[in-house]
Every structure is written in structure tokens, then in C-alpha cells.
Ligand binder design. Sequence first.
Ligand SMILES: [Ca+2]
Ligand SMILES: [Ca+2]
Length: 179
Amino acid sequence: MSVAWLLMSNVIYTRLVLNANRIHLIPLFLQGTNNPYYSRGQRDASSGVLEVTLGGRDNDVIQDGMSGGWSYIFTLLEETRKLTVNFDYELFLSRAYESFEYVALVVSLDGSTEKEIVLVNGKGMDDKVISESEEKATFLAVPAGIHKITIGLYNNQKTQGDEFTTLRISAISILAATG
Ligand SMILES: [Ca+2]
Ligand SMILES: [Ca+2]
């Protein structure tokens, strides 16, 4: 499945081609986290799937949070009553996390308004995989102008090199209702 961004309203339907100049990996998208070494990502060249991984790398104790995600900048020609981000995702958590270590999948608008989609705690028994199709995040009364949607992860803590989490995002669309 290839990733495509769509901007749609009841008057405009424009398919936007995924373009490296318009979509960006950002290692720090949630305020209060400053551990970019433990945040990395890539876009699969063939499938277009966007991936972000937090944690891992070494046994250093990171207790002040890690975050990272993918953002897309777009222009709304008029105020929208409701902006909806639809996406498919798969979220992986390694079994090494303890129960007080957790990962949140977050969608943010303009780097401030955040919607938490799912929160998963470590369990210490098995790897966890959550996948959802057509997940939604909705933002109300978004003014005309340039905006930035970001889909990404927050991880509160990791203490071992085998504690890591990976998000894979595909089939993203943005719908703007104007009526
Ligand atoms: Ca552990
Ligand atoms: Ca741990």
C-alpha cells in the first residue's frame, strides 16, 4: 500500500502526490522532550510507508521522554468546521518495556493541539502489535491558512537497548468539511 495525502472538502477534491519536500520527519514534536538520538525514522522507498522508532540503541536510562513523528504542511483556502485526519497504522512495542513505561500515538495540529489516539503500557511478557485501519483524529473550527498535521509517538521512558517502539503509518488522508 502506498501512502498518499489527500486534501478534500465538499467543494475541492485535490489529490496531493507524496513529495519529499512536503513531508518531513521531525524528531521532536512534543514539547518537553529532547532526546533526538532515540528518535529516528524512514520512508520506505517502494511502499511509501512512514516509520518512526523511539528508544533502543543502548542501555542508557532516558526518563524525560522521547517523541518523533511525520508532519505534513498544507493550506486551507477557507475556515473549516471540521478537519479530519484518517490513517492506517501499525504500532509495535517490544516486550522489554516494564508496565510503568508507556507509548502514546498522538496526532497534533500546528504543533500544539494534540489528540491522543492510543496509549499502550509495557507488559514485559510479549511484544505488542496494534494495527488499525481508518483511524481518525478530528479538529474543530480550523481557520484558513497554512497548517501542519503531525502523526507520531511519545514514549515516557526506556532503560534498556531492547526497549523500543515503532510506528508505521500508511494511507493517510486529510478531509476538510466546509459546509
Ligand atoms: Ca525492561
Ligand atoms: Ca525499562
